[in-house]
Design a protein around this ligand. Structure first.
Ligand SMILES: [Zn+2]
Length: 75
């Protein structure tokens, strides 16, 4: 993924905070940091799964699907 085309998003959901890069063209994402990384087992996949609440919120925000359940801020 080309990082230059990605937007950098700060996501806060309850007591989880994450920093995610999202490419609006390819709809691909990369989780840079997440305080719940052990829950998503990032140490295995190096990324959050698509059903992760953080990723769902990022897509809702970036693709303007609906109001995200998390607080999403573009950095
Ligand atoms: Zn996750």
């Amino acid at each position: 993924m080309m990082v230059s085309e990605a937007i950098k998003l700060s996501v806060t959901l309850r007591n989880t905070r994450a920093l995610v890069l999202f490419n609006t063209k390819s709809k691909s994402y990369r989780v840079v940091d997440c305080s719940r990384r052990s829950f998503c087992r990032i140490y295995i996949s190096k990324n959050c799964p698509p059903y992760c609440e953080i990723i769902v919120a990022v897509k809702d925000f970036a693709l303007k699907r609906r109001k995200p359940k998390a607080e999403v801020v573009e950095l």
